[in-house]
Design a protein around this ligand. Structure first.
Ligand code: ADP
Length: 662
């Protein structure tokens, strides 16, 4: 309360005092008319109330903090005058003449004259806008920290926890009371304690540690995968006084990453498995791949494939491939026997997946072991999948084990089942292939035997025919029949020789005897003999003057030349010429035989050097066995040479071979 002489008026000195005050001040008389205000009040309002006219309030509008408009009549000075009391400071929001708003602390103090009557009221207005805004920000920040899903912790530079939000409590399991004041190291696993030194060093250097992926420990001891962001905390003068740490639980993300990695890995295994199995016809490697891939995919400690075969005593299935354990591990301990657990699989009754086989009703019923033999690889989790052939028979079983319980899931079951189906197809194919291979081998064996057995009687018949031919020479008209019979027997003999050669090639027993000779002589001889028996074609030879000496098996090279010549004649029935060229170049002698006949389609050219291949449309009307070129090719290859063909369908063919000069 201020005591004054004048009624709500002030003298010049007082006015100077008011003007000099460091806060906004104005005075109303007891009718509420503003009689004085200082420059700071004008600045605060950005308004100049009309002295003696404006009542109670100098701002354009006034509101309580909750936004209710305050009319001048209900204002603080009006209330003071009405109740004849000073009022403690109250906070308001004023709207200024420039439209902006300010928070103020309004305080009134009554003015009384000497008689004690109230003559007016002094209003002190303090601008608290900055403070209010800061408070708002603080409150907002506090709300954010409280409601954040990330754990937010602050700590001093020596590592003492100073704040701990709700999410931190949820993440680490400690309440705020349990955490505050404690060292941050209580969250750090021992082997990672050095991380804290590193973090604090960074913080001291004003550096932010961002998205640092690590592990921290939950109150229960469990490790938590976290992503940490640590920032320095500074006081108002900019000194670093601590650090704030945001910890985000990344276990879900890690799990997703792991799962993705797991899927990628599975895909890779499946892919490589598919490829190997599709390309493979070897039972052992198919089954090894199947066992390896599925053991990996199921995470089993060991996996094995057992053939569906029991020994004479009906005891053990046959272990074929194993993954994750040495074969001895099984051999030492005996094979799986014809027990309830196993035979279900080998009867193809379906998949067995058991979380703990030792607790299974089918387990442990049989002597002598009553369960797993002592020292057996410890199997608790058990998965067994039958491998069933297309014809329904059970080829075998894939069995997996793990020492921990409940390791195999439905997903594993499906994966193995899918692979087992593929494996069954591959095994069926391998079996077919094996059967074909055996049949083929038998056929080759038969050709060898048959040609060998035929050779002797044919040679004998030929001998007798020769004797008869000589004895009848010129005397009997039957002599010509004998000659014709001899020619046919000769052809038969050649065919048998060719078949014998094939058999020798297959068994790797085609002998060659090398000697030096002039290829020109050999070629001349061959063409001459050929020309004698051929009336349809004219065989022309082009060759250099000088001799061409090679070190080769003369008989076999002759066989090649004769074969190429007879093919040239045989496959050019419409033509009348065969052109033979011999030359040498770069240490190689080359002989080519060109005809002007039907030629060979490029698709057939790829196959004509294989055993028993004949061009289909030709084979129907020109006889042959399809082995001549096969033998020629083998002979030339054995001479480290090359036999090739150059031809266009309908435009004749040129067969050439090179062999090294002596
Ligand atoms: P064969 O003559 O007994 O059938 P070959 O192994 O000598 O056996 O020849 C294989 C196939 O190559 C023949 O069936 C024929 O279709 C084709 N062939 C060989 N030589 C010629 C040629 N000069 N012109 C056209 N086709 C040929």
């Amino acid at each position: 309360m201020i005591e004054m002489d004048e009624a709500a008026g002030i003298g010049n000195t007082d006015s100077a005092i008011i003007n000099g005050l460091p806060v906004a001040v104005y005075i109303c008389n007891n009718e509420g008319l503003i009689t004085t205000y200082n420059p700071l009040a004008e600045q605060l309002w950005t308004n100049k109330p009309v002295l003696g006219k404006t009542r109670w309030l100098g701002a354009v509008k006034t509101y309580t903090l909750d936004g209710t408009s305050v009319s001048p009549g209900e204002s603080l000075p009006a209330h003071s005058i009405l109740t004849q009391t000073d009022t403690p400071a109250q906070q308001f929001i004023i709207e200024r003449a420039d439209g902006s708003r300010k928070y103020i602390n309004h305080h009134t103090s009554l003015i009384r004259n000497r008689q004690g009557s109230v003559t007016g009221v002094i209003n002190t207005l303090i601008d608290i806008t900055t403070q209010k805004e800061d408070e708002g920000k603080q409150a907002m920040l506090a709300a954010i920290v409280t409601s954040s899903e990330d754990a937010i912790i602050s700590k001093t530079l020596n590592g003492t926890i100073t704040s701990w939000n709700h999410a931190a409590e949820k993440l680490f399991g400690y309440t705020e009371q349990e955490a505050i004041g404690k060292p941050i190291t209580m969250l750090i696993p021992e082997e990672r304690l050095n991380e804290e030194d590193h973090i604090i060093n960074q913080v001291r250097n004003s550096q932010v540690v961002e998205h640092f992926e690590t592990f921290r420990r939950h109150k229960s001891g469990r490790l938590l995968p976290l992503s940490l962001t640590i920032s320095p905390v500074k006081d108002t003068s900019g000194n670093i006084i601590g650090a704030s740490k945001t910890a985000r639980d990344i276990s879900k993300q890690k799990l997703a990453e792991q799962q993705l990695q797991h899927y990628a890995q599975n895909l890779e295994i499946l892919n490589s498995f598919g490829k190997t199995v599709a390309e493979n016809l070897d039972v052992q490697s198919i089954l090894q791949k199947v066992t390896d891939a599925t053991t990996q995919l199921t995470g089993a400690e060991y996996g094995a494939f057992f053939y569906n075969k029991l020994n004479e005593n009906g005891e053990a299935y046959m272990l074929y491939t194993l993954s994750g354990a040495p074969k001895e591990a099984f051999e030492k301990l005996g094979m799986p026997r014809n027990t309830d657990v196993f035979k279900t699989t080998f009867r193809g009754e379906g998949i067995i997946r058991v979380d703990d086989i030792t607790k299974d009703a089918r387990y442990g019923k049989y002597a002598p072991h009553h369960g797993m033999p002592k020292g057996h690889l410890p199997v608790t989790s058990y998965l067994a999948v039958p491998v069933i052939s297309k014809n329904g028979s059970v080829i075998g079983g894939l069995l997996y084990g793990h020492s921990q319980p409940a390791m195999f899931t439905q997903e594993h079951e499906q994966l193995v089942d899918g692979i087992a189906a593929q494996a069954a197809i591959a095994l069926d194919n391998a079996k077919l292939y094996e059967e074909i291979r055996i049949i083929n081998a038998r056929k080759d064996e038969f050709i060898g035997l048959a040609s060998h057995e035929l050779k002797t009687p044919v040679t004998t018949i030929n001998g007798y025919l020769q004797i008869i031919e000589r004895s009848l020479a010129g005397t009997d008209r039957n002599a010509t029949f004998i000659t014709k019979a001899r020619v046919q027997v000769g052809k038969l003999s050649n065919l048998i020789s060719d078949l014998l050669d094939v058999s020798k090639i297959i068994t790797g027993q085609l002998p060659l005897s090398y000697a030096e000779f002039d290829l020109k002589d050999l070629l001349a001889e061959c063409t001459e003999v050929m020309q004698q028996t051929c009336t349809t074609h004219n065989i022309t030879v082009e060759q250099p003057e000088e001799p061409i000496i090679v070190n080769a098996d003369q008989q076999r090279i002759e066989q090649v030349i004769v074969n190429l010549l007879s093919n040239a004649i045989k496959y050019s029935p419409q033509a009348n010429e065969v052109l033979v060229k011999l030359n040498h170049h770069n240490g190689q002698a080359t002989i080519s035989v060109q005809d002007f006949g039907m030629g060979i389609d490029p698709n057939d050219q790829k196959h004509i050097f294989s055993r028993f291949y004949r061009v289909e449309h030709v084979a129907a009307h020109i006889s042959g066995l399809g082995i001549g070129l096969y033998i020629c090719n083998e002979i030339i290859n054995r001479h480290r040479g090359q036999l090739s063909v150059n031809s266009r369908l309908g435009h004749g063919a040129t067969f050439s071979f090179q062999i090294p000069l002596n």
